[in-house]
Design a protein around this ligand. Structure first.
Ligand code: NAD
Ligand code: WQD
Length: 336
């Protein structure tokens, strides 16, 4: 049995779908602070079975230990956390509490019960202003905001734990690049509660008519067309990467650190054009000032993941856009 913390969220729900597709039983722990209970019904429609679910907080050590024991958990995938960079600057203590203390509490409960395998949601944000791309895992880290620090601190806790009890832990630190896309069924996807911070949900809302135009942050970067360049990865590829990491850990104790990206640099304008051709709808935009804190361009070197896991991202930008469009227009969003 696998515990999926934050399994009702964007990446967690797709990973639950991937686990089900592989016949891997799992239990979700989520407090719904950034997701809705209706996700569970939609997961049931995708998988044909009611998800096993416990409502609760990952910082509640007694609860986590009880879930681990009662469900016979042998491995954890830890998604539960807060992820808005700007908010982390305004409310650092909340971020350190949920992301760092949450991870430490979870690991303490795991240690108490004797569960020593965990796959952790880290982020390319740990690299900060990386001087060159593609970025390899050996690149220096240097987060530029509390969110990024909270991810790097959690990574450090995992490394220290492994050092304190050599050979006993199996820990994966997966550094995601820019997750986008939605499940091919159109039943689950990214569902930001307020104005989207991220490019893809904003583009989707403009295309659907919910917002007037996209502001493109910066048209004078030293990139092919002047707009920012990122490595967008389909959330279902990311989900498959987690399953592959779990399988790898079964055979390999220690700490695994991997980039999960496609290795393909894509500019904001390229993404807008791809979305327009996938949806058949035009996306009005205006180029405005750069967003403070943004980096011109970065993308992954995904070779280590390919070599170690035999995993590569299979879905291209067109599929990412087509799946987001299906989700954006789907019946599932209107009835939630
Ligand atoms: P999300 O907000 O959709 O999902 C997180 C889930 O965790 C939500 O369902 C939320 O309700 C739950 N949660 C939060 N705090 C909790 C707590 N204390 N106890 C129990 N549940 C809690 O976010 P996501 O995009 O699916 O991201 C999942 C993880 O991946 C996060 O840790 C995030 O930092 C990391 N990550 C995300 C991105 C991205 O761009 N989406 C990139 C890199 C890393
Ligand atoms: C992508 C590109 C923007 C919105 C963030 C976090 C990172 C990780 C993923 C969690 C950039 C441009 C965006 C808009 C725009 N999350 N853009 N107009 O900033 O690369 O990464 O999410 O770990 O930590 O920082 O993603 O989607 O916000 O931006 O022009 O309305 O789109 O400038 O070039 P980002 P993003």
């Amino acid at each position: 049995m696998i515990l999926v913390t934050g399994g009702a969220g964007f990446i967690g729900s797709h990973t639950c779908a991937a686990l089900s597709a592989q016949g891997l039983p799992h239990v979700i722990l989520d407090n719904f602070c950034n997701s809705k209970p209706s996700v569970l019904e939609r997961l049931a429609r995708i998988t044909g079975a009611e998800p096993v679910f416990v409502k609760g907080d990952v910082r509640d050590r007694a609860l986590v230990a009880r879930v681990l024991r009662e469900h016979g958990v042998t491995a954890v995938i830890h998604f539960a956390g807060l992820k808005a960079v700007g908010e982390s600057v305004r409310e650092p203590l909340r971020y350190y509490d949920t992301n760092v203390a949450g991870t430490a509490t979870l690991l303490a409960a795991m240690r108490e019960v004797g569960v020593r395998t965990m796959v952790f949601s880290s982020s390319a944000t740990v690299y900060g202003d990386a001087p060159e791309s593609p970025i390899r895992e050996s690149a220096p880290t240097g987060p530029t905001n509390p969110y990024g620090h909270s991810k790097l601190m959690s990574e450090q806790i995992m490394a220290d734990l492994d050092r304190s009890e050599p050979g006993q832990w199996r820990l994966a630190r997966l550094r995601y690049f820019n997750p986008v896309g939605a499940h091919a069924s159109g039943l689950i996807g990214e569902d930001p509660q307020d104005i989207p911070n991220n490019l893809m949900p904003f583009v989707a809302q403009v295309a659907a008519g919910g917002r007037k135009e996209l502001s493109i942050f910066g048209g004078d970067y030293p990139t092919t067309d002047g707009t920012g360049v990122r490595d967008y990865i389909h959330v279902s590829d990311l989900a498959d990467g987690h399953v592959a990491a779990l399988r790898y850990l079964e055979k390999h104790p220690g700490v695994l650190t991997l980039n999960l990206g496609t290795g393909e640099p894509v500019s904001v304008l390229q993404m807008v054009k791809a979305f327009e051709s996938a949806s058949g709808v035009s996306v009005p935009y205006r180029i405005v000032d750069r967003r403070p804190g943004d980096v011109a361009a970065y993308w992954a070197d995904p070779e280590t993941a390919r070599k170690k896991l035999g995993w590569t991202a299979a879905r291209n930008v067109e599929q990412m856009c087509a799946d987001v469009w299906r989700w954006q227009n789907g019946e599932a969003r209107r009835v939630q």
